[in-house]
Design a protein around this ligand. Structure first.
Ligand code: HEM
Length: 343
């Protein structure tokens, strides 16, 4: 399966868009007409062909442009990639996981060959051909996590497990929905989730942590999370709030369809073999309202979800300034027909 990689931007002139095929495979996250936080974790099993779940690591038409955007972010702000020294084994584990998965599932784009510890990695879309020694950092141009994640869509956190908790001791985070690795590094599961409203009282984090502490190697899991973003901007970090925060004031009833994007995060978790760490991947998919309503059941359902969203979530997700306008715009795409549970 050869992917046609698009040339597009996630900043300045915002030329990002989804092809009809990318719209069809968008991981729409709502299986009912209302939304509330829950421990929505399921096995990360292969999904239907061409879906975002077909392979453990999903590469799509936005790959090359996203990697260019990541390089720009890292150039401006190297602290988006940080790793405490004890995480080096987990970094190699991650490199192995990503290279093996990409080479296995997209052989026309990536090739990995091994001769003992001597590995050769070929990445055709980015024009890379790198021979290196697995386990020897001096043989790569960047440390292993940074090397491989400059070539893989999505943000990644490496979590160390100790004292019955998970610790964010390593990560590369350039496409985040308003949280900061530089702020969270070294925190544990409860600490970095502290700002989330309502979920603590529902016991969501207590149960999720208990589940993850027992995550088994070879049995990855996934969940979907979502928010909304004005303009297709990948880097909505607190560090750059001065660049994108004001975008929220530019939404009008006329431009909702073009400016307002649903942003879905496909989050997956794997237990890593040598380090016993966990990798948490956060792969962001964006779709503007005009594209979303080309699937009538999505337009109908998102209207209802947003209309009924609890004020605490509207506030936390940063939707307050344009929530009402978006609900009004989507109401034109809701004929009131009953919907059934499921996607
Ligand atoms: C939000 C990280 C796993 C549920 C967040 C935030 C971070 C984060 C950094 C933003 C908090 C802020 O406002 O600063 C992680 C990491 C995980 C993980 C590294 C890997 C172990 C989970 C799991 C659940 C979960 C397993 C399952 C229930 C949530 C929810 C939010 C959140 C509900 C609020 C999201 C929103 O409304 O947009 N997470 N998380 N997280 N996380 Fe996690």
């Amino acid at each position: 399966m050869t992917i046609q990689f698009k040339q597009e931007t996630f900043r300045d002139d915002f030329t990002f868009s989804n092809s009809p095929e990318a719209i069809r495979r968008f991981p729409f996250p709502f299986d009912r007409d209302e939304y509330m936080y829950a421990v929505n974790i399921e096995q990360h099993m292969p999904g239907p062909a061409k879906s975002a779940f077909e392979f453990p690591i999903d590469i799509d038409e936005h790959y090359v442009a996203e990697m260019q955007d990541r390089a720009l972010v890292l150039k401006e702000d190297p602290l988006r990639c940080q790793s405490l020294p004890h995480m080096i084994t987990a970094e190699w584990d991650l490199l192995e996981l990503l290279m093996e998965s990409m080479a296995k599932n997209y052989p026309e784009h990536f090739t990995l060959t091994k001769d003992g510890d001597r590995w050769r990695w070929v990445n055709r879309p980015l024009g890379i051909d790198q021979s290196f020694t697995f386990g020897d950092v001096s043989t790569l141009p960047y440390p292993p996590m940074e090397y491989v994640t400059r070539q893989c869509q999505g943000d990644f956190c490496l979590l160390d497990q100790r004292l019955d908790n998970l610790w964010m001791d390593s990560g590369i985070v350039t496409t985040q929905a308003d949280w900061s690795l530089d702020f969270d590094i070294g925190m544990n599961f409860m600490e970095w989730h502290a700002p989330v409203p309502l979920a603590h009282d529902l016991g969501v984090f207590e149960r999720a942590l208990k589940f993850l502490l027992n995550l088994q190697q070879g049995r990855p899991v996934r969940r979907l999370n979502w928010t909304m973003t004005i303009n297709p901007r990948l880097d909505t970090s607190p560090e750059n709030y001065h660049k994108w925060g004001k975008d929220r004031t530019t939404v009008t009833p006329e431009n909702v369809g073009d400016k307002v994007h649903l942003r879905v995060e496909l989050q997956a978790l794997w237990r890593l073999p040598r380090s016993n760490a966990i990798v948490f991947s956060i792969r962001a998919y964006m779709i503007k309202m005009e594209e979303l309503v080309t699937v009538p059941k999505w337009g109908r359902r998102l209207h209802r979800v947003l209309r009924g969203l609890k004020p605490e979530l509207v506030e936390y997700k940063g939707l307050s300034r344009y929530h009402g306008m978006t609900v009004d715009w989507l109401s034109r795409h809701d004929d009131g027909a009953p919907t059934s549970p499921g996607f």
